[in-house]
Design a protein around this ligand. Structure first.
Ligand SMILES: *Cc1c(COP(=O)(O)O)cnc(C)c1O
Length: 375
C-alpha cells in the first residue's frame, strides 16, 4: 500500500526497516566498519563515513518527505550549508537575500574571501534586480530562505525557480523555518533543499544536525561525493534522534502555528510593541519593542519563555538577533537591513498559549511599572 499523506509518512518514518528482527524502530548501528565476505564483496556498507545503516534510513525517508532524489545527513545545519558551498569553485558567484541567517552570511562571506566564491546580496524585492546580477556576474546559484530570517519576508520559490531555470543555475532553499510539512521547495522547482535539523526536524533542542536534499542523479552524486570526502556526516545516534523527531513533526507544526497566531494577535495589541512580523504559518514570529533600551529588562523578566539562541523546539525561545544569531553581520549592514537593536525573534513553542501570553503579560506589566517608577 502506498502512503500518500505526509502525516502518515511522518508517523511511519523509519518503522519496520529491520526485517531480521522485526524491530518497529530503526536500530542504531554504531559499528564504523563492516566485514566483507570476500574480495570485491560488500553488504552495501563499508565504512560509516560513507554509509551507515541508521543514517541511510533517515536520508532515504527525508528525501521522500522533501520530494527529492537523495539526502545527505550532516553534523549540523552549517555543515549542510558548507557541503552545498563545496559544489562551487573560484570565480563562481552566489546570490543571497540581505535578510539571512547570520551563520550563512558568515560562511558565504568567508568563502568569498578565502576561496573566491563571490557572495552577492540582494533585497529580493524585484526579480529584475536579481536577473541583472545574474547577467553581470558569473552567477551559478541563488540561495534563499523563505520566510527570511529574522524579518519573515516571503520570497517566491516558483518565481526564482523559473529565473534559475532560464539561466541554467541552481536554486538552493534553506527550508528550516517551514519544514516539508508546510513547504516543499523541490516540488516548486528548486534543486537543493537545506535544513538545520537542529530546529523543527529534531524538535526537542537535543540534537545538532543538518540535511541536504537534492533533485537529479548527477547533482545528487556530486553532493554525495563531497559528503564522503569532507566527512561532515551525522552520527548514528543523532540520525536516530531525527527519525524520532520526525514522527511528530506534523503535530508539532500544527500546534506551533495555532500558538503563533494567538501570540501575533496578542502582541499586535500591546502598546509596548512597535510591529510584529509573521509569515502566516509555522512558529517563527519577530517583533520590535518601542525602544532598544527595553530589550534587557524584557529578556531578564521572562519566566516561562527561555532567552536562548535557537528555534524550532517544543519549548518557547526568544532570541536577540543583534547579539546572537546575527552578531557577525556588521552593525551598519544589519541596521540598514532592518535588524535593529529593538528586534526580538520568538520561536513560539507548543505550551498552552494562555501560559505563554501570561508570561509576556507579566513582562509588559513589569516594563510599564518600571517606566512609572522612573517617571
Ligand atoms: C540554525 C540555522 C542554521 C544553522 O544550523 P546549525 O544546526 O545551527 O548549524 C542554518 N539556517 C537556518 C535558517 C537556521 O535557523
Amino acid at each position: 500500500m502506498t502512503m500518500t499523506k505526509i502525516e502518515t509518512l511522518l508517523t511511519q518514518v523509519g518503522t519496520q526497516t529491520d526485517a531480521k528482527t522485526g524491530a518497529i524502530n530503526t536500530p542504531i548501528y554504531l559499528s564504523t566498519a563492516y566485514r566483507h565476505e570476500g574480495l570485491g564483496q560488500s553488504t552495501g556498507f563499508d565504512y560509516t563515513r560513507t554509509k551507515n545503516p541508521t543514517r541511510s534510513v533517515l536520508e532515504q525517508e527525508f528525501a521522500k518527505l522533501e520530494g527529492g532524489d537523495a539526502c545527505c545527513a550532516c553534523s549540523s545545519g552549517m555543515a549542510a550549508i558548507h557541503l552545498v558551498l563545496a559544489l562551487f569553485e573560484a570565480g563562481d558567484a552566489i546570490i543571497y537575500p540581505d535578510d539571512l541567517y547570520g551563520g550563512t552570511y558568515r560562511l558565504a562571506t568567508q568563502y568569498d574571501k578565502q576561496y573566491g566564491i563571490t557572495a552577492l546580496f540582494d533585497p529580493f524585492d524585484s526579480i529584475e534586480a536579481v536577473e541583472e546580477k545574474i547577467c553581470l556576474h558569473h552567477v551559478k546559484a541563488i540561495f534563499i530562505e523563505t520566510p527570511t530570517n529574522p524579518l519573515m519576508k516571503e520570497i517566491s520559490i516558483e518565481a526564482y525557480a523559473k529565473l534559475a531555470a532560464k539561466y541554467a543555475i541552481l536554486l538552493i532553499v534553506d527550508n528550516t523555518f517551514l519544514t516539508p510539512y508546510y513547504q516543499r521547495p523541490l516540488e516548486l522547482g528548486a534543486h537543493i533543499v537545506i535544513h538545520s535539523g537542529t530546529k523543527y526536524i529534531g524538535g526537542h533542542n537535543d540534537v545538532l544536525a543538518g540535511l541536504v536534499v537534492s533533485k537529479g542523479v548527477e547533482l545528487s552524486e556530486r553532493i554525495f561525493l563531497q559528503h564522503n570526502a569532507i566527512g561532515m556526516t551525522l552520527a548514528p545516534f543523532d540520525s536516530w534522534l531525527l527519525l524520532r523527531g520526525l514522527k511528530t513533526l506534523h503535530l508539532r507544526m500544527k500546534q506551533h502555528t495555532i500558538n503563533a497566531k494567538e501570540i501575533v494577535a496578542y502582541l499586535a495589541q500591546q502598546p509596548q510593541i512597535r510591529d510584529v512580523m509573521y509569515a502566516g504559518r509555522g512558529g517563527m514570529v519577530s517583533f520590535r519593542l518601542q525602544s532598544g533600551t527595553q530589550v534587557a529588562p524584557f529578556l531578564q523578566q521572562l519566566k516561562l519563555i527561555a532567552f536562548a539562541e535557537s528555534l524550532g523546539g517544543v519549548e518557547s525561545f526568544i532570541t536577540y538577533p543583534t547579539t546572537q544569531t546575527h552578531a557577525d553581520i556588521p552593525q551598519y549592514i544589519r541596521e540598514a537591513r532592518g535588524v535593529d537593536d529593538s528586534l526580538l525573534r520568538f520561536s513560539v513553542g507548543i505550551e498552552e498559549s494562555e501560559d505563554i501570553i501570561a508570561d509576556l503579560q507579566q513582562v509588559f506589566n513589569y516594563l510599564e511599572s518600571e517606566a512609572i517608577v522612573h517617571d
